[in-house]
Design a protein around this ligand. Sequence first.
Ligand code: GCW
Length: 715
Amino acid sequence: MRGKFLLLVLLVVSLPGLISAESGEKLWLRYVPVSETVLDDYSTLDNIYAEGESPVINVAKEELLRALEGMTGMDVEINKKLSGSSVYLGVGLHEKLELPGIEEHLNTCGDEGFVIREIGGEKGLRIVITANTDAGVLYGTFAFIRKLQNEEEIQGLDIVEAPKYQHRLLNHWDNLDGTVERGYAGHSIWWNRERSFDDLKEDYVVYARANASVGINGTVLNNVNANPDVLTDEYIEKFARFAEVLRPYNIKVYMSVNFSSPAIIGNLEDSDPLKDEVREWWKNKVKEIYDEIPDFGGFLVKANSEGQPGPQDYGRTHADGANMLAEALEPYNGIVMWRAFVYAPSGDDRAKQAYKEFVPLDGEFHENVIVQVKNGPVDFQPREPFSPVFGAMEHTPLMIEFQITQEYLGFSNHLAYLPTMQKETFESDTYVNGAGSTVAKATDGSLFDQKHTAIAGVANIGRDTNWTGHHFAQANWFAFGRLAWDHTLRADEIGREWLGMTFSNDSAFVKPTLNIMMRSREAVVNYMTPLGLHHLMGWSHHHGPEPWTEIEDARPDWLPKYYHKASKDGIGFDRSTSGSDAVSQYEEPLASMYNNPQTCPENLILWFHHLPWNYTMSSGLSLWDELCYHYYDGVEEVRLMQKKWDRLDGFIDAERFEHVQHKLKIQSREAEWWRDACLLYFQTFSEMSIPPELERPVHDLEELKKIKFDMTHHN
Ligand code: GCW
C-alpha cells in the first residue's frame, strides 16, 4: 500500500519545476524512488536476512535496508531466520541454502570479491549476496544497490567480481592546520579547527559509505608534505578515532610521514636510516601506532622531493629509507608506499628523473614496499605519456598515483571527467613483456608476481556541502574507486552508473550529459595544452595560463618556458635521441615511434619534439594552424557543453542544475582566457596569424599578463 501511495506522490513531485532541491551532500547514495518499470520486481525484496553480527555485516544490512526503503517506499523487514527471506547477505550462505556452483566462484573471489545471484522463489525474486569475508559481502551489497539505483533488471542476476588491486586508496593532501594542498572544495574534513570530531561524525559516515560503495579500502589522512607532528600522541589518538569510524566500512587509515621525524620530534641527532637508534625510534613509533590502531595500514612517504627530507640527505638510497620503515611495519603487516615523484634542478630533463633514480634500485626494496608512481613522468598534466617507470621495475611492486583533484584541469571550476584520461594510462602498452603489457597489467600483478598491488588517487574532497566543489567532480571520486576495483570498466559505463545514481536515469538526460562528460577531458587538453604541450600554467597557483612567466632565482623546471621552449624556430621539448633522449626510457617499438615526429602520436608530438612553426601535420595544416585549431576547438567544445546542459533544464533539481550552469560559464570564460593567452603569446614567436576563418581573440596579451591570481577564492 505504502509503496503505491509513494509512487503517486513521486509522480507529482517529479513534474518539471517541482523537483525538490538537492545540495549534493548525499553524493551518489540518494536512494530516491525508482520508476514503475522496476518497482514491482524490487518490491518483492521486502525482507533481509543477514548472517552474522559483525560491524561490517551490520553496515551492509543497514545500507540495504535504507536503500530498499528509499527506492521502493516499502517497509523492509530484517528477518532473523533464513526461511521466508528475500535478500540473503553473508559468508557461507551458499552452504546453508544449498546452492550449487557458488563454491567455485568463491574460489576466484579472494578476500574482497563477491557473488550475487538471483535464486528465484515461490513468492518472487530472491537474492543471495555472499563472499569469503564480511568485507566482500559489504562490497557485494553496494554493487547490488548500485544495480537497483540504475534500475537494472535483477531477475536472473548472476555476478562474480573480485578487485584488480588489493589496496585502493585515497590520498588526502590535508594539512594539520585545516588547509588542503591543491584542494578546491573547502577546508579539510579531517583537520578542522572549528568543528569537533563528534560534530563531523555524520559526515565521516557519509564519506565512509561513499568510499565503501565503490570499493575504496584505505585512506591517507594527511598531506604527503608531512608535518612531523602527525606522529605525536595527540595525532595518533586522532587517527585512532578516524580509524574507528571507518573500520566498519572496511577502510584502513594510513599516514604520510616526514622522513626527518626522528630528529624533529624524537630529538635524535639525525634521521639517518642506517643508524640503529633511528631504526629503533621508528620501530617504537610503529608499535605505539599499532597499540592504538591494530589494523593501521602503513605509511606514505614523499622523500627527497620538492624540499622534503629523505635518505639521500645522509648519502643513503630510497631503498635504504623505505626498507627501514618497511622493517618496522612488517610485523604488523603494514605497508610503505614510497613515492617516485622526484626531480631536482640537475639540468637533466625532469621527465627522466624518476626513472633514473628508481629503476637502478629494482630488486632492493622489501616485500612490503610499494613504489608509488605518478601517472605522468612530469606531473598530473591534462595529457602526458605514461611514466616509463611502469614496466621497468619487474621486481618491485609499483602503484599508480592518479590525481582526482583537478590541480591542472581547472580546479573545481571546470567539468573534466577524468576516467577517459585514466583509461588512457591503464591501457598504454609498455611492451616490456611484448605487446599487450599494459600499464594496468604491469601494476595489478598479472604481468609480474608481486605480493602487494595498490593504486592511489589524490582526493578532491573538502568541507563544501557537495564535497567536491563542482557537482561533476563527484564523478571523479566515484570513478576512481570503480576503476581501482576494475580497471577494465569503460569510462562511459562508469559515467552512466554515476549519472543514474546522482541525477536521473532518464535517458533523455543521461545521453547528452554522458556525451558532455566523455568529451570534457579532451576539451580541457585542447584549450590548455594541446599536441603534447604541458605545464603552461601559473607557476605557483597552477591556475590559468602564464606561458610567459620569468622569475629570477626560481627553479627553471618550475617555469613554463622550460617546457614549451617556444622561440622563433619553433615550439616543443626535444626528448628525442638528439634531445634529452627521454624516448630511450621506453621499450621498443615505443622508443622509435616516439623518436620520430612522423610516427609520434600527434597528441604528444610537442612533448617529444621541438618543431618549426610551419612543420606539416598529418592534416596538411602547419603546426601553427593546427595549434590554433586545437585551442579554438577546446573553446567551442565548452560552448557546446553549455548548450547541451541548458537544454536539460527541468530534468533535475534547479539547485544543482543552476550550479553546474554557473560553473560552465566560468569554464567557458576561462577556456577563452587559456586560448588567447597561449596563442597570443606563441604568436609573438611564430609571427604567423590566427587563421582568418577563426574568431578573433577576445583578450589583449598585455592585459592578460597583468592578471594576478588570488588563491584565496579557491580554498
Ligand atoms: O605537482 C606538485 C604539486 C604539489 C604536490 C606535489 C607532489 C603535495 O604542485 O602541491 O605536493 O606535486 O605530488 O608531491
